[in-house]
Structures are given as structure tokens and as C-alpha cells.
Design a protein around this ligand. Structure first.
Ligand code: COA
Length: 259
């Protein structure tokens, strides 16, 4: 079904693996198209509860946009590439109502770092390396990196990383708040699945509302508090809220239907 991705759905967890290991999983047009379709599948398929995005092999998550596709582009072509990617993939991941976790298994550079940052949060293997090295190529990040890196690690450090093109290792990325956990590479997928499984025991409609509210906060939405109040109220119309509160009072585990 996909030329450049491997996908697997098991126990509600949809693992999407970008599969161009000989090119360090660089994002060419085909990968962008396949990712767009895969995210559409996530939105539509009720069997999918959570998503893990990772890269094939032990060297790279994604080493960036495919630089070989840049040589033929002019101003309009460059803008179109960034716009299409942002709209069809990066924004769609960020706004996905189901949790999307990046399991960063190696280099996450340029578009790879941006892809990881479009996910709701990130975990990494010990060998992971993050960076926005576009200025080495006479470019700037185009898949949302200037915005999301600044949101995640703050202005000063984001400026330095984007100006120097320096890479940071997994532990430094963790101390910066770019990744939440660091695992040995052999355990990365299993540990990420444990987090996804824990999330899957919670109320899905509430989770979707958390995603929307936190995204608004990250973007500095001036109506963020008002939207939180509205969504909090909306929760009271859900069967999940009745089940969650009743289960607590009855001292039993809640079982959520996502309704
Ligand atoms: N676009 C296209 N091809 C890429 C790529 C990218 N972003 N990143 C790696 N590749 C390709 C290499 O060209 C090479 O292909 P080849 O075997 O056909 O020559 C293959 O992937 C392996 O990469 P290589 O550079 O040989 O591995 P390395 O271990 O020496 O270096 C990196 C690893 C990640 C440091 C290096 O590949 C790199 O700097 N990549 C570009 C990172 C970047 O600037 N990304 C931002 C793009 S906007």
C-alpha cells in the first residue's frame, strides 16, 4: 500500500516506519505523499488508537528533506514544497486527535527534527542526534522548525542551534525538553509501546481535547483559556466522563468506550 513506509497495527497501536534506510530515511516527495496518506488512515480508522512514528534501521530516524530534490527548485517551487509538506503532513500530525509519538532512533536532522517535533511528544534512543543544519545549505527550516523548536526549547537555544547547525545528542535533547525519555536502541520501540498502551487506557475524547488545548497553548492562542473552559464543559456530555467518575466512586477501574 505504501512505497516508502512500513505500517503495522497491533492492539490499537499503529507503527509507521519510514523505510529508506539507504538514504537515511530522507523525506522525498514519495515519503511526504505516503505520510500524508498514512495520517489520513489514522484519522479514519477506528481501530487505530495511538501512533508511533519511527525510522528504519539503527542509524537514522530521518536525516532531513531529500537534498537531491532541491537542485531543480526556484522560489515558487521552494515555497510550494514547504507549504505542501506543512499542510499535508506536519500540521496534520500535530492536529491529529489521536496521540502521535515520535520514537527517534538515530539522526533527526532538518526535516527529520521537524517531523519529530510535529509529533505530540518524542522519545529517543541513546544514539539519537537532533539538529536543524539548513544554514549549511543556504536554507532555513521549512517544515515548521523555526516555530516548533522555539516553542519546545525557547528562543535563545533555538536561535543557537539553527545558527550554528550544531547537533545535540539524546541526553542533551532531553535536558532541553526536546525529548521526554531516552532508551537503549534495542528497547526503544517496546518502551514507546508501553507509553502508548498506558494512554490507550484513558478516555479518548478527553485525550483529543488535551491535544487541541495544548497545541493552542504552544501557539500562544489568545483564547486558549476560554477554549479550555468550553472543552471542559463538553466532556460532561460524554459517556466516558460518566464512566470515569462513576468508576472512581465505585472504586473500580474505568473502561472507556470513546463515546
Ligand atoms: N537528503 C538526501 N540524501 C541524504 C540525506 C538527505 N538529507 N541525508 C543522507 N543522505 C544520503 C547520502 O547522500 C548517502 O547516500 P549515498 O550512499 O547514495 O551517497 C546516504 O544517505 C548515507 O549518508 P552519508 O552521508 O553517506 O552518511 P554519513 O554517516 O557519512 O553521514 C549524516 C550522516 C546524517 C551526518 C549526513 O548524511 C548528513 O549530513 N545528511 C544531511 C543532513 C542535512 O543537512 N539535513 C537537512 C536537510 S534540509
Amino acid at each position: 500500500m505504501y512505497q516508502t513506509l512500513l505500517t503495522e497495527l497491533s492492539e490499537g497501536i499503529f507503527v509507521i516506519t519510514i523505510n529508506r534506510p539507504d538514504k537515511l530515511n530522507a523525506l522525498n516527495k514519495d515519503v511526504i505523499e505516503d505520510l500524508s496518506k498514512a495520517i489520513d488512515e489514522v484519522y479514519k480508522n477506528d481501530e487505530i488508537k495511538t501512533v508511533i512514528l519511527t525510522g528504519a534501521g539503527e542509524k537514522a530516524f530521518v536525516a532531513g528533506a531529500d537534498i537531491s530534490e532541491f537542485t531543480s527548485l526556484d522560489v515558487n517551487g521552494g515555497e510550494a514544497l514547504a507549504k505542501k509538506g506543512q499542510e499535508n503532513v506536519f500540521d496534520k500530525i500535530e492536529n491529529c486527535p489521536k496521540p502521535v509519538i515520535a520514537a527517534v532512533n538515530g539522526f533527526a536532522l532538518g526535516g527529520g527534527c521537524e517531523l519529530a517535533m510535529s509529533c505530540h511528544f518524542r522519545v529517543a534512543s541513546e544514539n539519537a542526534k537532533f539538529g536543524q543544519p539548513e544554514v549549511n545549505l543556504g536554507l532555513i527550516p521549512g517544515y515548521g522548525g523555526t516555530q516548533r523548536l522555539t516553542q519546545l526549547i525557547g528562543k535563545g537555544k533555538a536561535m543557537e542551534l539553527m545558527m550554528t547547525a550544531d547537533m545535540v545528542g539524546a541526553e542533551e535533547a532531553k535536558s532541553l525538553g526536546l525529548v521526554n525519555h531516552v532508551f537503549p536502541i534495542a528497547d526503544l520501540l517496546a518502551e514507546t509501546k508501553k507509553i502508548a498502551q498506558k494512554i490507550q487506557t484513558k478516555a479518548p475524547i478527553a485525550i483529543a481535547k488535551v491535544i487541541a488545548c495544548v497545541n493552542e497553548a504552544a501557539k500562544g492562542d489568545k483564547d486558549g483559556f476560554a477554549k479550555e473552559i468550553k472543552r471542559f464543559g463538553e466532556c460532561f456530555s460524554t459517556a466516558d466522563m460518566r464512566e470515569g467518575t462513576t468508576a472512581f466512586l465505585e472504586k473500580r477501574k474505568a473502561s472507556f468506550a470513546g463515546k
